[in-house]
Design a protein around this ligand. Structure first.
Ligand code: CAA
Length: 256
């Protein structure tokens, strides 16, 4: 399969496995990603690692050979397919990290941007080069990039198609951290470990509140924060967390 799902302890691992084409995304792979997202949602995994097979690339984008010669309606369906698949990943209740080693271009970077976090090895190179093909990003890039790096930087990257390295990507906030190592799964696990020890409820509410900040006016966002923090207070885990602090012991969260 060109999209593989495996489990390693508490982690789900989604691997794009088409290294001979630098893991370029065929339409069938987008459908597989959507299906895999549903499987992950129904699994007990506490976090998701997204990676690409082979030493050269996370993913070089949509499969350009497949895109060629498609009529306009098929192209539109392709964009909807990609957007839907990545939206399903973004909507997972568990945190996800894209481990970018080598190239992440076009649809590959758009996939990484649908994850909660991105980490990159020092050799990583990324960009949205669609403009060089006479195209524009179609799998969410024009919408997620400005939310991550701001409008001015997003316009510059989308309209120039410029490639940036890991250091610049970290500087502008496109990647969370530069990490060193050869094993993407181990790198992903090490990064995600800082998020998985807490209550799943609190983790989800925290993420939801921050994500809403970008999609709503301030007054509405503050209301959402009040609602979610009130909801958090009602959980077993909040009771346990505060009680454990007072009793000077480690809390035992139950994700409830
Ligand atoms: N689609 C299809 N095949 C691709 C591909 C892609 N996006 N990227 C790489 N490949 C294939 C190459 O055709 C080549 O296959 P062959 O050996 O059969 O010719 C193989 O992968 C290895 O690639 P290169 O020989 O080009 O490797 P390189 O190291 O010289 O260059 C690269 C690497 C700079 C990433 C270069 O492959 C490249 O520029 N790829 C295209 C990147 C790109 O433009 N991505 C955007 C795609 S459009 C898109 O994603 C639209 C959207 O918004 C969804």
């Amino acid at each position: 399969m060109a999209v593989e799902l495996s489990f390693s302890g508490q982690y789900a691992v989604l691997t794009l496995n088409r290294p001979e084409a630098l893991n370029a995304l065929r339409f069938s792979m987008l459908e597989e990603i959507a299906r895999v997202a549903d499987t992950i949602a129904a699994s007990p995994a506490r976090a998701l690692i997204v990676t690409g097979a082979g030493p050269k690339a996370f993913c070089a984008g949509a499969d350009i050979k497949e895109l060629m010669g498609r009529d306009i309606l098929a192209q539109r369906r392709g964009a909807e397919l990609g957007q839907n698949a990545f939206a399903r990943l973004a909507a997972l209740s568990i945190p996800s990290v894209a481990v970018i080693h080598g190239y992440a271009f076009g649809g590959g970077l758009e996939l990484a941007m649908a994850c909660t976090f991105r980490i990159a090895t020092p050799q990583a190179k990324m960009g949205l080069p669609e403009i060089k093909l006479g195209l524009i990003p179609g799998y969410g890039g024009t919408q997620r990039l400005p939310r991550l790096v701001g409008e001015a930087r997003a316009k510059a990257l989308v309209m120039s198609g410029r490639t940036i390295d890991a250091r610049e990507a970290e500087h502008i906030g496109l990647v969370n951290e530069i990490v060193e190592g050869d094993d993407p799964v181990a790198l992903g696990q090490a990064y995600l470990a800082q998020f998985t020890a807490f209550s799943k409820c609190a983790s989800l509410f925290a993420r939801e509140a921050v994500e809403r900040a970008l999609a709503t006016p301030l007054a509405e966002g503050l209301r959402i924060e009040s609602d979610l923090s009130t909801l958090a207070y009602q959980t077993h885990d909040a009771n346990e967390g505060m009680r454990a602090f007072v009793e000077k012991r480690t809390p035992e969260f139950k994700d409830a």
